[in-house]
Design a protein around this ligand. Structure first.
Ligand SMILES: C[S@@+](CC[C@H](N)C(=O)[O-])C[C@H]1O[C@@H](n2cnc3c(N)ncnc32)[C@H](O)[C@@H]1O
Length: 232
C-alpha cells in the first residue's frame, strides 16, 4: 500500500449513514481521548487563537464547524477562559449522532451545539470571531474543499483555523501502533488509517485552498489551513 497519492476514494466506516450505531458512538466518545493526543489544539490555541482573542475588545464567540462530539471546542473554550477571555462556544454538525454525543458530555457553561452545516449557518447570516475545525477537510470530496473553506472564511471575522492530518508513512506507522489500546469495539483503527490515506500533504492542500488561505505544517503530522478575516 502506497501513501504517495491521496486515496480519495476510500470511504470511512463512520461516513456510512447505516454504520453500527454502538461502534459509532464509542468512536465519537473516544475522540475525547484521542484528539488531545494527536490533534495539537493546545499549540494552535497558543499560536493562533489566543492572539486573535487578545485583539478582540469584548466577549468573543468561537465556532467549531463539524464539531463531532465537541471535545475540541470544549478544550479551546476552557483554555481561553483560563487566560481570562470571555468566550462562548458553538459547535455545529449536520450529523444528529454527533450532536447527541456532544450533548451528553459534561456541560460547559456557554458552550452549545446545533445540528446544522456550515452552508446553512452562513445563510442565516451568522458570524463568529474565531472559527475552528478539526478533521473535516479530509472527509470532504476534493471539489468540496474550496466551498467549505469559503464558508468558514465568511463565518469568521478574525480567524479561521482548520486542522487536519498531514499524510505520511511515518504518520501511518505511528497511528497503526499507537491506536491499539483505544481501538477495540470502535472504528478508530480502520477509520484512522483510512483518514491518513485520505488526508493531504502540505503541497496538495495548498493547491486546493482558495485565495486568502495559508497552509501551515504543524507537528506532529498536522496541517493547518488559516484565513485571517477583516477584523484581524
Ligand atoms: C471526523 S468528524 C470530526 C469530528 C470532530 N471535529 C473531531 O475532530 O472529533 C467530521 C465531521 O464533520 C462534519 N461535517 C462535514 N461537513 C460539514 C459541514 N459542511 N458543516 C459542518 N459539519 C460538517 C461531519 O458530519 C462529521 O461529524
Amino acid at each position: 500500500m502506497s501513501l504517495h497519492a491521496r486515496d480519495a476514494d476510500l470511504v470511512e466506516l463512520m461516513d456510512d449513514p447505516a454504520c453500527d450505531p454502538v461502534q459509532l458512538r464509542r468512536t465519537l466518545r473516544r475522540f475525547r481521548t484521542l484528539n488531545p493526543l494527536v490533534s495539537g489544539w493546545g499549540r494552535v490555541y497558543r499560536t493562533h487563537i489566543r492572539p486573535a482573542l487578545a485583539a478582540a475588545s469584548g466577549p468573543a464567540r468561537i465556532l467549531d464547524v463539524g464539531c463531532g462530539g465537541g471535545d475540541v471546542l470544549r478544550r479551546v473554550v476552557a483554555a481561553a477562559r483560563r487566560d481570562g477571555f470571555a468566550v462562548e462556544g458553538v459547535g455545529v454538525d449536520p450529523d444528529a449522532r454527533s450532536i447527541a454525543v456532544a450533548e451528553e458530555a459534561a456541560p460547559v457553561a456557554g458552550v452549545t451545539y446545533r445540528r446544522i452545516d456550515s452552508a446553512a449557518l452562513l445563510r442565516e447570516g451568522a458570524r463568529f470571531d474565531v472559527v475552528i475545525s478539526n478533521h473535516v477537510l479530509h472527509h470532504l470530496p476534493a471539489d468540496g474543499v474550496p466551498g467549505f473553506l469559503g464558508e468558514c472564511a465568511a463565518l469568521a471575522s478574525r480567524i479561521a483555523v482548520l486542522s487536519d492530518i498531514r499524510r505520511s508513512r511515518a504518520a501511518y506507522a505511528a497511528y497503526a501502533v499507537g491506536i491499539t489500546p483505544l481501538a477495540p469495539g470502535s472504528f478508530l483503527r480502520t477509520d484512522g488509517l483510512r483518514s491518513i490515506r485520505r488526508s493531504y500533504t502540505a503541497a496538495e492542500l495548498a493547491a486546493v485552498v482558495p485565495d486568502g488561505w495559508v497552509v501551515e505544517r504543524a507537528r506532529p503530522f498536522r496541517l493547518l489551513a488559516v484565513h485571517r478575516g477583516d477584523a484581524a
